[in-house]
Design a protein around this ligand. Structure first.
Ligand SMILES: *Cc1c(COP(=O)(O)O)cnc(C)c1O
Length: 421
């Protein structure tokens, strides 16, 4: 790697995914595309979304209620058209995943089924500094079961002076608290630090300890390769508006491992869309869950947001996660390299995301020093979209689906300008 513009141009020329950039709309800044490094927060709009939405509007216009049964994508079965794409991204069997609701809603629904505290085994173990919504969900769930959060939630924090968790420390904590842990709920990729946790190892240790193990994959889905079935996680949920580009407020999804597919003893909050579809319209008493993740659905599909979600998923199916991961690692390593050079030149940026490519996705979180906020404002004023997280972190996510090496280089040049002015 080197710092020349020529290097970035060559990398883009050799990039097998380069053409996918054209599939997305970029917000404009002074007559050019912004430098968009915020796909970890809201992914860009695929150009195919508009047609997908118009198609459903037209279907509704032409068929009214019959739209549920007509055409090649009848609304009645709409969630099924998204399952194959999701299964690939999550590394799951088709029946193990389903799109539904939104992320925090799903966290609650899944905890209804999978957080079943007993008198001695009642704690939830999670990473310290989890996304606020997850903390609120967990707090309110333990209270709902009559426990106090201070007593029932175990948070694992990085060691003194470190920013991310060591896998060994996570596993030790699981072993230490083993008999008390009812549920382990971890991020796949941590939203603040960008750390990609070892889902397989955490799951194994959790199961050995007798706990149920679930994951919030908000920052992992579409960002890193996942093999949830093989890794054996009990459940997971994610949102689709970040790396999966489904648009603001887009649908979330759930994964429920096959081992639970036919377990009708699990408590769950039920609705008609989770009911055995062969009998759904009999409208009779007595809930019979669909096998697999579909049995957790409550309501009929939100067609417009599912349509946008599917349009974006189709792009992922074309690309495939292995190719996406290859580019992602190259692009993020390049950003890391350029930030390192700037650091040597006196820019006080400290990357807190793990340096090992296997332990991160595309996002790098950077502690930006005392002048961090004005640096962030400078970037914003020069057409960079990234985000600021209190107290002093800038998150930069070069997304392999639509970011170029030249985008990263342009950011480097701006940071140099900041240094020298
Ligand atoms: C983005 C994100 C959320 C957002 O929750 P919504 O229910 O979709 O609003 C929750 N948890 C994590 C870890 C996230 O990254």
């Amino acid at each position: 790697m080197d710092t020349s513009a020529q290097y970035a141009i060559e990398q883009d020329q050799n990039d097998e995914l380069a053409s996918f950039r054209e599939r997305f709309y970029f917000p404009q800044f002074e007559g050019r595309d912004v430098l968009y490094f915020c796909g970890n927060s809201l992914g860009l709009q695929p150009k195919t979304v508009e047609a997908a939405l118009l198609r459903e509007l037209e279907h509704w216009k032409q068929h009214g209620v019959e739209g549920h049964f007509r055409g090649d994508m009848p609304w009645m079965h709409y969630h099924k058209f998204l399952q194959p794409g999701l299964a690939e991204i999550l590394g799951a069997y088709i029946d193990e995943v389903v799109p539904m609701n939104t992320l925090t809603v799903n966290l609650h629904l899944l905890m209804v089924s999978f957080y079943r505290p007993g008198r001695h085994r009642y704690k939830i173990l999670m990473e310290a500094g989890a996304f606020s919504s997850d903390q609120y969900a967990v707090e309110s769930q333990v209270r709902y079961h009559g426990f106090q959060p201070e007593e029932a939630i175990i948070e694992i924090a990085p060691r003194e002076g470190e920013h991310t968790l060591r896998t060994e420390d996570i596993l030790t904590a699981i072993a230490e608290h083993g008999p008390e842990i009812a549920l382990i709920l971890f991020s796949g990729v941590q939203y603040y630090t960008g750390q990609y946790f070892d889902i397989a190892a955490i799951t194994r240790a959790g199961h050995q300890a007798g706990a149920v193990v679930g994951f919030d994959l908000a920052h992992a889905a579409g960002n890193v390769p996942l093999h949830l079935h093989d890794w054996g996680a009990d459940f997971a949920t994610w949102c689709s508006y970040k790396y999966l580009n489904s648009g603001p407020g887009g649908p979330a999804g759930i994964f429920v491992h096959e081992r639970w597919a036919y377990d009708h003893t699990l408590p769950r909050f039920a609705g008609w869309w989770g009911h055995d579809e062969t009998q759904r319209f009999r409208m009779e008493k007595g809930f019979i869950p669909m096998p697999g993740a579909a049995g957790w659905q409550l309501s009929n599909a939100q067609i417009f947001s599912f349509a946008a979600h599917k349009a974006a998923l189709d792009i992922f199916q074309e690309v495939g996660m292995p190719a996406l991961r290859r580019k992602s690692q190259a692009l993020t390593t390049y950003l890391e390299y350029l930030l390192g050079i700037l650091n040597q030149q006196g820019l006080p940026l400290q990357i807190i995301t793990p340096g090992a490519p296997a332990q991160r996705g595309c996002q790098l979180s950077v502690v930006a020093g005392p002048e961090g906020r004005s640096l962030f404002d400078f970037l914003t004023a020069h057409g960079v979209v990234c985000d600021w997280r209190e107290p002093d972190v800038i998150r930069l996510a070069p997304v392999p689906l639509y970011n170029r090496f030249q985008d990263v280089h342009a950011l480097y040049q701006l940071l140099q300008k900041w240094l020298t002015t």
